[in-house]
Write a protein that binds this ligand. Structure first.
Ligand code: P6P
Length: 338
């Protein structure tokens, strides 16, 4: 378990400023970007918590680019993030799960050197039943940092190893913000009595191996033989007590990754016969989570290749993903690549 930080009272804003001070060349633009993004998350967290009272639950008539029914809270969260981030002068372009193409910065606002891609509300199917949902994000530098023009789709299609920052907010029993800028993973927990995100866990390290696997077993009949053999192996009791593993699956990637980060084990959304590239989207779901998992000492692949080495070809490209404790991911790879 990560070290609980009970000594220092550090807000996310102070953490961002102090981290920025470590980079003398920093202009403060990145810190202002994160500050504005935290405002958006505060608003989304408030509205998620009041959704039932605000009558924000339920479906719209719309479907998103993936043909999935869009919940009203999805649209609301998307708009809150856009309106919080479009005028700060630090972004040149945005991309969202809820938008078919890139989201340009309005003409009247200055274009900055950063790119924001995000899933405004991950776990939509769980909204109406009060199960944890979340917001996932990645930040990149634009390809041509000297440009002051509008950003392009190419700026949003950079490989994950170029991420400047990534993370997620989880709207669960408490609201937590988990992020990395490439120097480890820190967790902030929202204290509504003071309206601040306080540093609660520093530099989380994922266990080298866990005892939990997380996958939608309802798709088992469509898995590859190697994956079925792997899961059968996990469920076969071992003399050293390391097996059988337990199955935990929330159906919200943010929640399943958050548990995997703390307890170890493996989260999988594999390819199957009906989804040859899996379900989860590379740009704004899998890459940010891969950055978090790697920064915590874990491993994130598509079953063979490092996720963050893949160059996206389209905004909503899907990719199979296996991420979590290094030994667990290496073990599933050995079954997938026999
Ligand atoms: P399934 C939620 O809709 C989501 O995009 C991820 O958060 C989650 O991991 C996955 O889909 C769940 O998909 O097919 O198991 O319901």
């Amino acid at each position: 378990m990560p070290i609980v930080n009970m000594s220092k009272l550090i807000t996310i804003e102070r953490h961002i400023v102090e981290a920025g001070a470590l980079h003398p060349e920093a202009t403060g633009e990145f810190s202002r970007l994160l500050r504005d993004f935290m405002l958006a998350l505060r608003i989304v967290a408030r509205d998620v918590r009041r959704a039932g009272l605000n009558d924000m639950l339920g479906m719209t008539e719309d479907t998103n680019v993936h043909g999935e029914n869009v919940k009203r809270l999805d649209i609301h969260a998307n708009e809150v993030i856009f309106r919080s981030m479009d005028h700060g002068g630090h972004l040149c372009v945005m991309a969202s799960e809820e938008a078919e193409s890139i989201i340009p910065i309005p003409d009247e606002y200055r274009k900055g050197k950063y790119v924001l891609v995000f899933d405004p509300l991950d776990g939509s199917s769980n909204i109406d039943v009060n199960v944890s949902i979340g917001t996932i994000f990645s930040i990149y530098r634009r390809i041509d940092e000297s440009s002051v023009e509008a950003g392009t789709v190419e700026d949003c299609l950079q490989p994950g190893w170029k991420q400047v920052a990534a993370g997620y907010a989880m709207y669960g029993s408490s609201t937590q913000f988990v992020y990395t800028t490439g120097d480890g993973v820190d967790v902030f927990t929202f204290d509504p009595t003071i309206g601040e995100f306080l540093l609660t866990f520093e530099k989380i390290r994922i266990p080298e191996r866990g005892k939990i696997y997380s996958v939608n077993s309802g798709n088992a009949h469509k898995w590859s033989p190697g994956l079925r053999e792997y899961v059968t192996h996990l469920l076969r009791p071992s003399d050293d007590g390391c097996r059988p593993y337990s199955l935990r699956y929330v159906g919200t990637m943010v929640a399943d990754i958050h548990r995997t980060l703390y307890y170890g084990g493996i989260f999988m959304y594999p390819a199957d016969t009906s989804a040859p590239t899996g379900k989860l989207r590379l740009v704004y779901e899998v890459n940010p989570m891969a950055f978090i998992i790697e920064q915590a000492g874990g491993r994130a692949t598509d079953g063979k290749n490092r996720i963050m080495d893949v160059t996206p070809e389209s905004l909503h490209q899907r990719i199979p993903c296996f991420m979590g404790s290094t030994q667990d991911v290496l073990e599933v790879e050995s079954y997938l690549n026999t």
